[in-house]
Structures are given as structure tokens and as C-alpha cells.
Ligand binder design. Structure first.
Ligand code: PLP
Length: 462
């Protein structure tokens, strides 16, 4: 199969809406500020998605057999070792990795990208767009690396042209492009295959931040041509603390282990006083020192199997229908502005950020929760430069990730509201969300709110 350029035709045609995949928490009721209870509408998948029921079932079935891996002699240790190594192969299949690539289990995308940063040859120039999530933006600011921050492009073509221009004038030597597959702010798809083509023509390698892409779209390393992929289990319906760095082995094998300790070392000799000679493993074990997160890795592999069985294209088509409803519904609400880097019509996954005229976003999302039982997120989403530039903000927005200081309700928005969903989202959650937005914008909140500890909280009936 040949690469599908994101620029041209990335989105599968919507078909009939099929049922959501069963996830945990779908029946959990939460209290409203009135004391009434309603089923929770989880619309913060981009931060952490609920566990798939199937992942939970697999983990529950495995846990009685859980035992130490790799060096245990017992039957259950061998079984656990087999399942752990099998999980690697499952993830490799899910990502369509070439034979000679490897899967290293990590704690998540941030950890994966920091691991790669620590393994880059000295002097590597790292090209990254300033619009990236902080996990993609920041790991390269370490001794020995030379990060090059590319300006925010306003179209995929501009992104490709900006990279081409930066690489044309860059000096020789090892290089890496770090690019996100789908934005955690706008949900927009990035032209990964095209950027990779440009990077490779200039001898620059590519790592794909697939934290937001993998839960929504099929990711084929072979087709995209990228050299590494990073992702997080907790965004992929497997919230058990594991992530992945998958890709080429050469730079990782040549680097010092990410963590020094047992598991990464093949032999250790105490020869003379004051010296210890270590021979490190090659392959994934080199960077997985310590007892690995077997349950998390197994859960992540279970999620890969579940998503593959459900069919990534069918899931994407279903999501596209829900996204269409969401966008059409928001477009009808006066004063709602959806944030976009590449333009309204650019394809995106089920992640969408917006501001509402006259509302502080923290106030708006607090009211969605307190008055409607809907969980979204507000803030700058660990992508401060991107959100600030989309808000047209000169830089006076709150600077702390995850806990923005809301200005008093009613003031100009310094941050945004993000609604995100996925394979477990029923249509009803989208409809309830739209009706809540219409009601808040049309009639206002029914409650007063105040700022407490950096968050908006209900403060008595109006
Ligand atoms: N990259 C993107 C695009 C993300 O959205 C996130 C998390 O929101 C990360 C990286 C970091 O993922 P984690 O927090 O699982 O390390």
C-alpha cells in the first residue's frame, strides 16, 4: 500500500453510526449543583480516555496469573514474560512496524520523547513547530541538542514549505523532526507523510507524536515512513500507566540506557576498587531498566487488539458523524468561535476547542460540569504557544499548565474550552453537550461561580 497524504484525502467517508465501544464508567452518575444526579458525560478523551471494557476484562483475567517477568523461574513468571513480550508484538502489529523496528515500553508519550531526546547523537538538530504540545516541544532543550523552533504554519502546505526552507539552509549532521499526528487543541491532522518525505530527503529522521492520532486513526509506520512513534496507553483506552516508543533501534542501541539499573544491564563486574564494568543490553531492554509495567503494557496491547478488531476505519467514520453533529451544532450558537490552525474544513479527529464571546472558559466548563454533568477541559492544554496564538493573545494568558487562573466570570477569555470524544462516546453525550451549550449561551448560568484555588466553583443559586 502507498502512503495516504493527509493533505489530500485522509478522512474515511461517514457511514451509518454504529454503537460505541463499551467503556467503563458509562453508567456512573454524578451530582449536579442542584443535588440531582445524572449520568456523567465524559468529553475529555484527549486528556485521558475511559478504559475499554475489553481492556478491563483482559486485565482482570490476567491479574491472578501476574508474576515477575524475565528472570523468574516459576510457571507464572514465564507466562507473564510471554504475555509481556507478546504485548510488544501486538503493538508492533497495531503500528504496522517494519520487521527491524522495536517497541520500547515507557510511561507515556512524554516519557517516550524524553527517552528519544536522551538517545540522540550529540549535536542533533531537532526541528519542531512551535505549535506542538509541550511534550513534543520541550524534551530537546537539553545539553548537546540544537532545537530549531519553526513558526506556526496556517496550512499544511505552509508547514511543508517551512520545513523545506529550514532544512535547505541547515548544516550537515544528524537531524530529527518531531511532529504531531493530530493536534490536542484543534484535533487537526498534520501532513505527516509529506513532512516525513521532506525530512528524509534532507537526511533528517522523524518521530511522530501519535498521542492524539492513534486513538482515532490507523497509524502505519510503514506507510507514513516515520522513524519512531510515541503514544500513551491512557489516551488509548488503557489507563494502566504504560506508553510506547516504537521505531528504529540503531540510535537507541548506541545510547546510554535511559535509566541505569537491573534489566538494562547484561553483566556487571566489580573488578578493582572504585570501578564497575557494565555491559548493557541492546534492544528494548536497554531502556527498560527496573521491573517493567507488565500490566500496563498488557492493557495497552489489549486496547490495540480491541481497536483493530473494531476496525479503525469504521471507528473513524463513526467519529466523523459525531464530529459533524458537534460542529454543526456549535456553528448555530451565537458567539461560539471554534479554534483552528488550518481552517474550518481541514480534517480533524474528535477534539475541538472553542471560546464563547463574553465568557471565561473556566466559568463555562465549570457550568457544564456543575449544571449539566458534562466533563470537558479548559485552559491552554499544555500547548501554550499554539493556544495563545489562536486566541490572538499577546501573552497575558495564564502560564501554568492544567490549572489556569480564571479571570472573573464575564471577562474576555484568556483560555479555551476543549471538548473531545472517541470510540466510547454515545451520540447522546454530544446532543447533551450541545443542548447545554445552547442553554448556557442563551439563558446564562443558573448558578453563581467564584474562583477558588485557581478553579471556578459554584457559589449559590442566582
Ligand atoms: N502529545 C500530545 C499531542 C498530547 O496531547 C499529550 C497529552 O495530552 C502528550 C503528548 C503527552 O502525553 P502523556 O501525558 O501521556 O505523556
Amino acid at each position: 500500500m502507498t502512503a495516504q497524504p493527509v493533505l489530500d484525502a485522509p478522512v474515511p467517508r461517514p457511514t451509518a453510526v454504529t454503537a460505541p465501544l463499551p467503556v467503563l464508567g458509562r453508567d456512573v452518575e454524578v451530582p449536579l449543583v442542584t443535588g440531582e444526579k445524572v449520568p456523567y458525560a465524559a468529553l475529555d478523551y484527549a486528556a485521558s480516555a475511559p478504559a475499554l471494557q475489553r481492556v478491563w476484562d483482559d486485565v482482570a483475567a490476567y491479574l491472578p496469573c501476574y508474576a515477575s517477568v524475565h528472570r523468574g523461574a516459576g510457571y507464572l513468571s514465564q507466562l507473564s514474560t510471554d504475555l509481556y513480550e507478546e504485548s510488544r508484538r501486538t503493538v508492533a502489529g497495531f503500528l504496522d512496524l517494519p520487521e527491524d523496528h522495536q517497541v520500547v515500553f515507557t510511561r507515556g508519550t512524554t516519557d517516550s520523547l524524553n527517552l528519544l531526546a536522551a538517545a540522540l547523537p550529540a549535536g542533533t538538530r531537532v526541528f519542531v513547530f512551535a505549535t506542538e504540545h509541550h511534550a513534543s516541544l520541550l524534551p530537546w532543550r537539553r545539553a548537546g541538542l540544537r532545537p530549531v523552533y519553526l513558526p506556526a504554519p496556517r496550512s499544511p502546505r505552509q508547514a511543508v514549505a517551512a520545513l523545506e526552507e529550514a532544512l535547505a539552509t541547515a548544516p550537515q549532521g544528524p537531524g530529527l523532526l518531531c511532529v504531531t499526528g493530530a493536534s490536542n487543541v484543534t484535533g487537526e491532522l498534520w501532513p505527516v507523510a509529506e513532512l516525513t518525505g521532506v525530512a528524509h530527503r534532507h537526511g533528517v529522521r522523524v518521530v511522530l507524536d501519535a498521542a492524539q492520532l492513534a486513538p482515532h486513526r490507523r497509524v502505519s509506520v510503514r506507510e507514513l515512513g516515520v522513524d519512531w512513534v510515541a503514544l500513551s496507553g491512557h489516551k488509548l483506552y488503557a489507563p494502566f500507566g504504560a506508553g510506547v516508543l516504537a521505531g528504529r533501534a540503531d540510535w537507541l542501541d548506541a545510547a546510554e540506557p535511559y535509566l541505569a539499573g537491573g534489566g538494562a544491564s547484561r553483566t556487571v563486574d566489580h573488578r578493582d576498587a572504585g570501578t564497575v564494568a557494565v555491559e548493557w543490553h541492546r534492544g528494548p531492554a536497554r531502556h527498560e531498566a527496573g521491573s517493567p509495567n507488565v500490566v500496563g503494557s498488557y492493557a495497552l496491547a489489549s486496547a490495540c487488539r480491541a481497536l483493530s478488531d473494531a476496525g479503525p476505519d469504521a471507528l473513524a467514520a463513526r467519529e466523523e458523524v459525531l464530529l459533524g453533529r458537534l460542529r454543526a451544532g456549535l456553528a448555530e450558537v451565537p458567539g461560539v468561535r471554534v479554534l483552528s490552525l488550518f481552517g474550518e474544513d481541514h480534517p480533524r479527529v474528535g477534539v475541538l476547542s472553542f471560546v464563547v464571546e463574553g465568557w471565561n472558559s473556566s466559568h463555562f466548563s465549570a457550568a457544564l460540569s456543575a449544571e449539566h454533568g458534562i466533563g470537558v477541559r479548559d485552559g491552554l492544554f499544555c500547548a501554550h504557544p499554539l493556544v495563545r496564538s489562536l486566541l490572538g493573545d499577546a501573552g497575558d494568558a495564564p502560564a501554568r499548565c492544567g490549572a489556569p487562573e480564571p479571570s472573573p466570570p464575564g471577562e474576555r477569555s484568556l483560555n479555551a474550552v476543549r471538548v473531545s470524544f472517541g470510540a466510547g462516546t454515545p451520540e447522546e453525550h454530544i446532543e447533551r453537550f450541545l443542548s447545554a451549550v445552547r442553554s448556557l449561551v442563551g439563558d446564562g448560568p443558573r448558578w453563581n461561580y467564584r474562583t477558588e484555588g485557581g478553579r471556578c466553583v459554584p457559589d449559590g443559586r442566582r
